[in-house]
Design a protein around this ligand. Structure first.
Ligand SMILES: [Fe+2]
Length: 248
């Protein structure tokens, strides 16, 4: 007899071995881990869930977190020292890129500096939750002229793009953006509307990658409890394997 009580499927069971491409685990340089102890606690919890590979993506945001490759590199060195002496975590693999805010300063960086990439030419970018940059099209155009591929962090979190028909998202895709979904957007964590749009983007096959955007331990706790909505099973597995394939 086929039981109608099918076992719940947890997202975390499919994430084992993935490289987390969006997180704030580096100590003391943004609104994520505040010190090495915080970072180690996050890594320790991730380890227990089977996640040991990371591309750390601290904010580069001119007004709040004016990070540079140097500040990021030295935060990683601090953490790496601690990891090397930690029996459980010593095989943790951390590389770094950044989460670039598309602010006034960003266009200058694009024009004048080499950007930190997730891999190859892929650059993780975000925008304000209140409005898109007025020169968004110019930024996306210049980025691509310089040979970069924009990966928009958590597209589902930009409420000003929430329309039934997802036209704004289609426009961004047509302008060359890849989309990275936050794992917690599969829950009401950021708000019901964000969750709804996350589902829609997934159903429409518009998401490319998945990342945790972990800032603190509570995010990992919530992540470990995410149950996969059966309707999304196939599309989720697809972006998980795409993320694994591209970044492992
Ligand atoms: Fe982030």
């Amino acid at each position: 007899m086929i039981s109608i009580f099918r076992k719940k499927q947890y997202l975390i069971d499919y994430l084992e071995g993935i490289t987390d491409i969006h997180n704030h685990i580096l100590p003391g340089i943004d609104d994520g881990a505040q010190n090495v102890t915080d970072s180690i606690e996050l890594l320790d919890r991730f380890y227990d869930l089977g996640i040991t590979k990371f591309i750390a993506t601290p904010h580069i945001m001119n007004d709040y977190y004016p990070n540079t490759p140097e500040t990021i590199n030295s935060a990683l060195s601090l953490l790496q020292n601690e990891i090397n002496n930690n029996e459980k975590l010593k095989n943790t693999d951390i590389r770094y890129a950044a989460e670039y805010m598309m602010d006034q300063n960003f266009l200058e960086l694009v024009e004048n500096e080499e950007l930190l990439t997730l891999k190859d030419n892929m650059v993780l970018v975000e925008m304000s939750y209140f409005q898109a940059p007025i020169n968004l099209n110019q930024i996306l155009f210049r980025l691509q002229t310089k040979g970069y591929k924009p990966v928009l962090a958590h597209p589902e979190r930009y409420a000003f793009y929430h329309t039934k028909d997802l036209t704004k998202y289609e426009e961004l895709k047509n302008r060359g953006c890849l989309f990275q979904l936050n794992t917690l957007s599969l829950t009401p964590h950021y708000g019901g509307n964000m969750q709804k749009i996350a589902y829609k983007l997934l159903e429409k096959g518009m998401i490319d990658f998945i990342g945790s955007d972990t800032h603190r331990i509570q995010h990992i706790e919530k992540l470990s409890n995410i149950v996969i909505n059966r309707k999304l099973n196939e599309s989720l597995l697809k972006i998980i394997s795409n993320t694994k394939e591209k970044f492992s």
